[in-house]
Structure formats: structure tokens, C-alpha cells
Design a protein around this ligand. Structure first.
Ligand SMILES: [Zn+2]
Length: 103
């Protein structure tokens, strides 16, 4: 894949990503889904700038990853088995997420 990503794949219950600088990132699928940055999952600021975090319900299919695709040269969009696909995870965001996981 061009621009920043050397390789990306689902391995078991993890999403594995290799950046072109050699950095490797492994993210558990449930974590990836809970970290979905879209407005439905994370909320949007209201007129006063307050962000009300929505209550998101996850079902048995929520953590199944059907497919993913690169967006431009900076992000990955994930398509989940429950039909959710509006989240765009930027490469920077994915790297930061991986720094939050132990190991
Ligand atoms: Zn979302």
C-alpha cells in the first residue's frame, strides 16, 4: 500500500499495521471499535462547545471487522459486522492508541 502503510491485516482478534518507517502496531479489535472517532461514537460539541458523550450500545457483531480500506494517505476506514463504518482512524491516532496498550 502507498503512503505511510507498509502492510495491514487482521490477525486473529487483532488489527496489525506496519508503517513504512518500520513501526508495528497491534490493536485488539474491541479496542479499535471503542476508539471509533466518529460523531456517533464519541459525540459532537454542542453550541457551547460541550461534548456530550453518547451512550453507545455494542452487540455481538460490533467487534467483528469485515474489511478496511485506506483513506487518502493518512487514515484507515473500518467496516464492522454490525454495519458501522463512519469512523476514520488516522495513522497518528492508531499509533497513539497502540501506545496505550500494554505490550
Ligand atoms: Zn463510530
Amino acid at each position: 500500500m502507498p503512503n505511510g502503510i507498509e502492510n495491514a491485516a487482521v490477525i486473529g482478534e487483532e488489527f496489525a499495521l506496519v508503517f513504512s518507517d518500520g513501526a508495528e502496531v497491534y490493536l485488539p479489535l474491541p479496542m479499535l471499535r471503542r476508539a471509533c472517532p466518529c460523531a456517533v461514537c464519541q459525540g459532537e460539541p454542542d453550541a457551547l462547545g460541550r461534548v456530550v458523550r453518547p451512550k453507545v450500545e455494542y452487540g455481538p457483531k460490533s467487534f467483528g471487522l469485515l474489511r478496511f480500506q485506506q483513506v487518502g494517505g493518512y487514515a484507515i476506514q473500518f467496516f464492522w459486522a454490525d454495519g458501522h463504518s463512519s469512523g476514520i482512524h488516522t495513522f497518528d491516532y492508531l499509533r497513539r492508541l497502540s501506545e496505550m496498550t500494554p505490550g
